[in-house]
Design a protein around this ligand. Sequence first.
Ligand SMILES: NC(=O)c1ccc[n+]([C@@H]2O[C@H](COP(=O)([O-])OP(=O)(O)OC[C@H]3O[C@@H](n4cnc5c(N)ncnc54)[C@H](O)[C@@H]3O)[C@@H](O)[C@H]2O)c1
Ligand SMILES: O=P(O)(O)OC[C@H](O)CO
Length: 349
Amino acid sequence: MSARSVCIVGSGNWGSAIAKIVGNNVKERREHFKECVPMYMYEEEFNGRKLTEIVNTEHENIKYLPGIKLPENVVAIPNLLEASKDADILIFVLPHQFVKKICDELQGKIKTSAIAVSLIKGFAISEEGIQLISRLISNILSIPCGVLSGANLAGEVASEQFCETTIGSKDKEIGELLKLLFETPYFHCSVVEDTDTVELCGALKNVVAIGAGIVDGMGYGDNTKAAVQRLGLMEMIKFAEVFFEGSKTSTFFQSCGIADLVATCHGGRNRLLGENVVKSKKSLKELEKEILKGQSFQGPLVAKEIYGMLEEKDMLNRFPLFVAIHNICERKMDPKEFVNCLRNHPEHL
Ligand SMILES: NC(=O)c1ccc[n+]([C@@H]2O[C@H](COP(=O)([O-])OP(=O)(O)OC[C@H]3O[C@@H](n4cnc5c(N)ncnc54)[C@H](O)[C@@H]3O)[C@@H](O)[C@H]2O)c1
Ligand SMILES: O=P(O)(O)OC[C@H](O)CO
């Protein structure tokens, strides 16, 4: 096959870090990929200028990933259809609440031979309960969709500190192609077929990370935080067992599983939110605006999505940590009660 055209859909903190990797890789792997990488950017003003114009002249996303130069072959485009019209590979990397609208706009407007990969850590809601984002993308666009998820705090990846990630693809050839697109000496990619679990881990760990932040905010030390991580992991595994038949426990030992859980519980934005939910009386929206300045916490929405599904299926008591974190975020439970939830967890029975 001739060189493929790659489009990045999204340009936030992680979107920009991944644009740096992809922009550099396609230049080095020209027999496989076309050099120009259009990046769809949700247009906004920053310091009185359009963000696309800033990215295309200064080659830096000064709002979402300041201090990191992007390769000049990454071109920010505010028009979604223009950015994606020639794409053979679509990389979806934006907060999960915007994906459905973006896919609806793309429906029928992209190449029928295109493939997608989702770097998103969240869920969609369908009539059956939660839906994997990769499935939403695949269903709306009628194209295959792999996933990439791992212990990948964007700032550290962008400054080229070594880390691992997991690519999930049911099709081996697509998995290898994605590895070729994303892997660098500082960004090691492992490919597995258990796509669902890779994606589940990325979404669920965001909730556990809020729990880690809650115990930080309460002034507890590392042992208590480790208990949150262990019990959180047990709920993540149970969630996969109950709702995603065929999910493999071994996938939790990839970067997308335990490693991402640890990274996010220590250095992630969702951990920071949990700490601030304890220390401040402000609403989640206010905290998001104040702390993240335009970036997005994915954890509270995932917690709400899970809660709704567990409630409907009468399974709230099987996932007390997820439930407590949701209730604390909603200000329906006093954070002081959180440690009792750990103490009385069904894993101890
Ligand atoms: N930041 C990280 O360290 C990191 C690492 C791995 C995975 N992820 C995941 O990647 C996904 C994207 O995260 P991010 O950090 O790139 O985003 P972000 O948190 O920086 O979110 C801001 C982005 O959302 C865009 N946006 C705002 N309103 C919009 C709208 N109405 N329509 C479309 N876009 C809109 C903004 O333009 C900006 O690009 C998330 O699912 C996240 O969990 C993030
Ligand atoms: O900053 P968070 O909490 O959104 O987590 C970022 C990444 O998912 C870490 O891998």
